[in-house]
Design a protein around this ligand. Sequence first.
Ligand SMILES: [Fe+2]
Ligand SMILES: [Fe+2]
Length: 189
Amino acid sequence: MDYKKLKGKVKEMISHKRYVHTLGVVESAIDLADRYGCDIEKTRIAALCHDCAKNLTREELLEKSERYGLDLDEIVFYETQLMHGPVGSAIAKFELGIDDEEIISAISHHTTGKKEMGLLEKIIYLSDFIEPGRDYTGVEELRKLSMVDLDRALIMAFDNTIRYVLSLNSVLHPNTIEARNNLIMKIGG
Ligand SMILES: [Fe+2]
Ligand SMILES: [Fe+2]
């Protein structure tokens, strides 16, 4: 499927608000890909599709996850917000015809992160936080840092996510903690 057609499909799958956010993520992801030498075409597709399952209901997410044979862990199963990553990756693969494993993995892990993230996974995870439509305390600092030091910016994004999840009294996915620990052990705190 060419990019224009894919864009039209994704637009139909999500709300207007989510689509505007998605275009912001595409823009930020391409900036990061350009800065850090990631494949621009792959980055564009992963960013475009990252939230394709975001507007599905819990029932729809569960139905798709069963249909596509996803093995959701108990934290993802408990926290509906976390389901759109893995379910979105299955939709991208089986409904949008995307067969590139790096793209599929970047979509799948964009909500939690994971240990040993690849460049595309890092770029999609971070772009989600710094796209032009995001407005929260510290976003400008994170935008600047993301163009200087990708890994330090990721640690900052993980810290923000962890603080946010704690403030909600919600469950923290172990992948997020492993991702943060993994980076800190690599580059220092
Ligand atoms: Fe998302
Ligand atoms: Fe997003």
